[in-house]
Design a protein around this ligand. Structure first.
Ligand code: SF4
Length: 397
């Protein structure tokens, strides 16, 4: 069914409240919804209704295209000077013998392990430690570029940058200029957590503030570079805090246009100091994807980070506004497996990620980090396809 048709049927539905009707009309006309309307959606809207609206926007912006890339992560350390309550991954500095701390040669060995593989991106993320400072990252990025110039370096977040620039007595602009000169290509969206100060102080106190997080992204965009944005949801925040978070991102995006994708990150409650806080359910995950898609009209992409949410929910999210599945990952991140995600060894082969997408009737497109299409997998057949025995969505029925 064409998405216009679906939304028109929705508009004829007598059971819609006046407000739901107004919001649907706005979406159909490509108009922006207000923060107050987003809060209304969080508090009152049902999943099916949200799915129709979010899917309409998704198809207007991206058609059936669903993107993924071939990437791997390097996590230099899981020891951290901070101790965010929701973090299952980090070890406090006084317990550093429980963790790992890679040196530069060890990180280069990981990069070299992929020399004969068609990966396009290395993603750096991890704990914050004094030895990983500005000169260290400059040398690391330069060595990677010297070894494999076309490998896209997506690395670190304002949490690390705030810490290392302060230590080096650099302004954010000076620091980001040096990172760019050393070979940093883009910045991932992590460290945003939740922008509300009171909640942020409670769960992630001590690290960069929300204003600093936004400022570093703004400066990076002003340097002509791109980044992503995240939101940690489903812990002790309210719906109003989520709307406030999305609204701050939307305002910055209006100003710079530098964000590529928004990635909601679900709070997982294993092995951390917030294990008493229950996780939200899948319905809430899908509602959150859909409302993000509806509200963030100036973001081109909404991504489901499958190592965090699990590949099944990520697959379902493709009907609720999501058009990106991140990457193949190759079991190179531990952040969410240590927090209790379904994905204990996150790795998908190209065939697996393509089929996760294709079975929902969408087009699987391999992309670069900056969303340039690399390969359309619509007509590619894998050996696994001959063994598949379930339902396969076909648009030409
Ligand atoms: S979330 Fe990041 S900054 Fe916070 S403790 Fe974990 S690794 Fe450190």
């Amino acid at each position: 069914m064409a998405t216009n048709q679906a939304i028109n049927i929705l508009l004829e539905e007598n059971s819609l409240s006046e407000k739901e009707h107004q919001i649907s009309k706005k979406v159909l006309n490509g108009e922006r919804i207000s923060a107050e309307e987003a809060l209304f959606l969080y508090e009152h809207a049902e999943l099916g209704y949200l799915g129709v609206l979010a899917n309409h926007i998704r198809e207007e912006k991206n058609g059936d295209n669903t993107y993924f890339n071939k990437n791997f992560h390097i996590e230099p350390t899981n020891v951290c000077v901070y101790s965010c309550d929701f973090c299952a991954y980090s070890r406090k500095i006084k317990n550093r013998t429980d963790g790992w701390e890679l040196n530069m040669d060890q990180m280069m060995d990981i990069v070299k392990k992929y020399d004969d593989q068609a990966v396009t991106e290395v993603h750096f993320t991890g704990g914050v430690l004094p030895q990983y400072d500005v000169p260290f990252y400059e040398e690391l990025f330069r060595r990677i570029k010297a070894h494999r110039p076309e490998l896209h370096i997506k690395g670190l977040t304002p949490v690390e940058y705030h810490y290392i620039f302060k230590k080096a007595k650099l302004t954010y602009r000076e620091g980001m200029e040096r990172m760019k000169a050393a070979g940093l290509d883009s910045m991932p969206g992590g460290g945003a957590e939740i922008f509300d100060k009171e909640i942020r102080d409670q769960i992630a106190g001590g690290k960069c503030s929300s204003e600093q997080w936004l400022e570093i992204h703004e400066i990076w965009h002003e340097l002509g570079m791109r980044s992503n944005a995240t939101m940690l949801y489903g812990h002790i925040e309210t719906f109003a805090h989520r709307v406030d978070h999305l609204n701050r991102l939307r305002k910055l995006q209006d100003k710079t246009g530098g964000f590529m994708a928004f990635i909601p990150l679900k709070f997982r409650n294993k092995n951390n100091q917030m294990s008493h806080v229950p996780e939200v359910n899948t319905i809430e995950d899908l509602r959150n994807y859909a409302i993000s898609r509806i509200f963030l009209d100036n973001f081109q992409h909404i991504k489901a980070y499958w190592p965090m949410i699990g590949r099944d929910t990520a697959q379902m999210s493709l009907a609720f506004g999501v058009n990106d599945m991140d990457g193949t990952i190759d079991d190179t991140t531990k952040i969410y497996s240590m927090a209790g995600s379904e994905e204990q060894n996150p790795a998908m082969t190209t065939a697996e990620i393509v089929n996760t997408i294709r079975l929902t009737g969408r087009k699987a497109i391999e992309r670069s980090t900056l969303y340039e299409p690399i390969k359309d997998y619509t007509a590619v057949l894998f050996e696994e396809d001959t063994q598949y025995r379930g339902y396969a969505f076909k648009k030409d029925r």
